[in-house]
Design a protein around this ligand. Sequence first.
Ligand code: COA
Ligand code: NAP
Length: 270
Amino acid sequence: MDIQFDFTGRTAVFFGGTSGINLGIAEAFAARGASVAVAGRKQDNVDAAVKRLGTHGGPVRGFVADVRDMESVAAVFDAVASEWGPVDILVSGAAGNFLAEVNDLSSNGFKVVVDIDLNGTFHVMRSGFEHLAPGASVINITAPQASIPVRYQAHVCAAKAGVDQLTRVLALEWGGRGIRVNAIAPGPIAGTEGLARLSPGDDPTGDRSVRSVPLGRFGTREEIADLAMFLSSSAASYISGAVIPCDGGGSFESVRAIEDAGRFLASSGR
Ligand code: COA
Ligand code: NAP
């Protein structure tokens, strides 16, 4: 990369930061000097993430917290702020996903995704605000499903659309404090749980999904991290309320590959 970022002395908190894309973002900040805290539901994932982030030599903390529970989210902020002070960078990216037609979703099946993705983001924003430093960068991780209707993804479409609008409203309400709030909408990112869940099951090479991306390849966790660092840098000081795709140019095509995966699952009776 021909841009050098430096987050030395900054405090960064990542909800859903114990694996995949969000851990990739946390790692980029840890490698550039930030004090990094990650939170997720499972102790094993928290421990593994802390170990990995610790290899960069800076301060790292891990917390077991479920974003569906606002008290556990608030406890993370209290602990981080008491040790490191105000939060400069906040990333909210916890999410759940599975393929299911609306007619195969129970009330709880729809609710669980809305609870994690949308209500969880609200809990992180609502609890985090009082701990944000003036000039903080807040980033929510959304998805193309927020703006493109996708079969087998009604629960995710509804939840992530809410995340996008919450992002835009917070940019309005928090702008006066100098806090910028943006969202990143990744396309298909290689080697992630999200992509594995949404790739056509009869196409283990993922070729069909890859062909759906105009740039001809999946994205990398590093490319999402680069955008998160840019948004948190002084180079993005006038960017707020933006929902930015990072998808190789292909969200409209890629979501059709997700529908193929849903059709395959439905036809195979799984
Ligand atoms: N089709 C239809 N309904 C499904 C489903 C599927 N494939 N998978 C789960 N559900 C339903 C369950 O049946 C349950 O509803 P019920 O109580 O009426 O039976 C409801 O969703 C909750 O499932 P449960 O397994 O109890 O939830 P959980 O809180 O343990 O896990 C999930 C949450 C379901 C989102 C789980 O997939 C998860 O933990 N995901 C995190 C990782 C992930 O999705 N990463 C990718 C991010 S893009
Ligand atoms: P992932 O590896 O499954 O990451 C999800 C993270 O959230 C994990 O750290 C997980 O840890 C945590 N989490 C899940 N439920 C939680 C809860 N209730 N409370 C707290 N933490 C919770 O998934 P990913 O594929 O990297 O996706 C990361 C983000 O990118 C998501 O917001 C997703 O919607 C978005 N996205 C991904 C893709 C893609 O191609 N992968 C494309 C578009 C958008 P625990 O399981 O330990 O809780």
